[in-house]
Unconditional design. Sequence first.
Length: 159
Amino acid sequence: MSEPISSILFICLGNICRSPLAEGVFRNEAQKRGVADQLTIDSAGTGGWHIGNPPDQRSIETAANHDINISHQVCRRLTSRDFNTFDLILGMDNSNIINATSANRANGPAQLLLFTQFAGMRDDLEIADPYYSGVEGFETAYQLIKQASRSTLDRLFAD
């Protein structure tokens, strides 16, 4: 990494399940390490169906089960401006990356990558959308997000 990364945007399809969970988990992990004040952390969706709404109740409950409060978050849509505002935009799955690429009309400099790929996990590992999978899908997403968050922080703050 040539330039230090100080701002990260997590994206998924609607900004109600995975990306708000990633925002909350990543912020929590950064706080535990004492580096949260060095980062701007946010989330957005590639679609605009849920703008202004809170995250899905199952995401809120899954986070709360791990002592993380995401109930205050408000869903928003990814904009072309985000590619100039954030250093790093991390998608939960490949369709998020494809959708975000087309949203980058201003050709902003942000790096756009799969979250698990940036975290050094498998290049093809996606965090599946838990919306139709029930509570267990949200817990599976949480566990992958937690692992990717820790690995990403290791990468960003390696000495």
